[in-house]
Design a protein around this ligand. Structure first.
Ligand SMILES: CC(C)(COP(=O)(O)OP(=O)(O)OC[C@H]1O[C@@H](n2cnc3c(N)ncnc32)[C@H](O)[C@@H]1OP(=O)(O)O)[C@@H](O)C(=O)NCCC(=O)NCCS
Length: 198
């Protein structure tokens, strides 16, 4: 996989794992969700494709659409505090209905403590429970080493590179298109279990 080189911090070397709970967002979460997303985008990260942070009205609509039936918005909480969010979203196109797209965000104070992995595992379990979902896909900036490593460790493959897809103040950056086929991932995990049992 090609990409921009970056310095990578040690993976939360001495950071404790959190006591986490993961649940679907409800309409009452709208204010906390807006504040959380606002703080993420305000960081102006070099590794993230920035978006406009949602206002209360847009976020309420978004939460209502992500009720867990076709699309889902997951919240990770620790000690009652929102520490991460993740959306698994359908595309509004019939021929893409077997696919969900992912957005994953962990709060600055809680990165490297297992939140991203826990959220992704919950999302993949949710997708596996949806009979019509076959594929999970996402875009990740090539310099976002923590995110790329997390997705690869869960079985996502890099399916292509959008060259110079993002323009930051300091220059252009590539974006990786990554995907996970659920049936392929399930049979890979079965064959690993068979090999262990043999
Ligand atoms: C990328 C992000 C979601 C990862 O979540 P996280 O909670 O920090 O990651 P976790 O602690 O669950 O680590 C999961 C894996 O990610 C990778 N990882 C995490 N931090 C890393 C780091 N600093 N360097 C290299 N790999 C790292 C490792 O493979 C790690 O595996 P492990 O569980 O065996 O240690 C989080 O850093 C984040 O929200 N960043 C800002 C927003 C963003 O970039 N979102 C992704 C957009 S595609």
């Amino acid at each position: 996989m090609s990409g921009v080189e970056m310095n990578v911090e040690d993976i939360g070397a001495s950071r404790p794992m959190l006591d986490l709970s993961i649940r679907l967002a409800a309409i009452d979460d709208v204010a906390a969700y807006c504040a959380f997303m606002g703080a993420i985008f305000a960081e102006n990260l070099d590794t993230l494709i920035l978006d406009v942070s949602p206002d209360l009205k847009a976020a309420s609509r978004y939460i209502a659409l992500h009720d867990g039936l076709r699309s889902a918005l997951f919240l990770a909480e620790s000690d009652g505090k929102l520490v991460g969010t993740m959306n698994f979203s359908r595309f509004d196109r019939p021929e893409k209905d077997h696919t969900v797209g992912v957005g994953l965000y962990v709060g600055k104070e809680n990165r490297g403590q297992g939140v991203g992995r826990k959220l992704m595992e919950a999302g993949i379990a949710w997708a596996n429970g949806m009979p019509d979902v076959d594929r999970i896909e996402l875009l990740v900036m090539a310099n976002n080493t923590p995110a790329v490593r997390l997705y690869e460790s869960l079985g996502f493959l890099c399916e292509g590179v959008k060259r110079c897809s993002v323009k930051k103040e300091f220059g252009y950056l590539d974006v990786f298109m990554m995907g996970l086929l659920l049936k392929e991932a399930a049979s890979a995990s079965l064959s690993t279990q068979d090999q262990r049992a043999a």
